[in-house]
Design a protein around this ligand. Sequence first.
Ligand code: GLN
Length: 310
Amino acid sequence: MFFDRNEIDRRIRQSIVKSERAIGKGEVASYIPELLNVDSDTFALAITSTTGDTYYYGEADKEFSIQSISKILDLLAALHDNTIEEVYTKVGSEPTSYEFNSLVPITDRAANPFINAGAITTSSMIRGLDVDDKFERVLDYYKLISGSDKARLMKDIYESEMETSVRNKAIAYYLKSKGIFDENPEEVLDLYIRSCSIGSNVKDLSHFGAVLANKGYGLNETKDLIPESIVSIIVSQMASCGMYENSGRYLMDVGMPSKSGVSGAILAIVPGLCGIAVYSPRLDKTGNSVRGKELLKILSYELDLNIFVR
Ligand code: GLN
């Protein structure tokens, strides 16, 4: 963003207006019943630069569950508690053309950490006394990196998913049967679903993204909150696997490493520049926010954010 603040703001507003053509397209996720309990046309955008400048639009304080964006936290915690080799012998690093909750991309192990099977695997590698303790560590990580202590477990979302998680249960038991982990599959799944149910907003999420964009350093601090070696793994996995089976096409269209969640949130990273969080609950067939994708594509062009065109 090599424009002044007013010009950035003008371009963002213009992009938001253009993205209105996506309003009403797509469907809100219904397989977790509580996710339906939202205004489907809610919209929010936040951009936080690595220097700490912020740009907020729409319902920027609205709380939503981060869903699959938590797969970043699961990977982060697993890489914190284990060596890179230990993690990547249990989970692959390749994209898959199957949907996020498919059993197909699990051969000897899950294809990558950003589909359900992969995040259930990384969840099994998080250390702690019990599920409560492990979840507290994951949540504390998010609070530390997002620079806010607002994040919390959204109990209604968590309970709703726990009641309807037969597919994820099958995945957890299958991974256990393959010897990927020794832990109790019910507990691993519980931790995974709690992380998906972390409630946050686009402001805090974009701050979290800005730290990833800032090589893991706190904004305007010299303290590294995430080691650079881990940042590089997370951001590159976001680029190749962050948007499920749409990852390749999305990267081609938008050019920013991103991670989405079925609540309708997308977190995009421009290394060295900023973190962007969009929230708009209507999803396409691949489980990605329709308006979120549309807006990120427009912003990428308007603010010159495509990392492959510099
Ligand atoms: N909690 C959701 C699930 O496991 C997360 C999936 C997603 O956001 N794609 O199905």
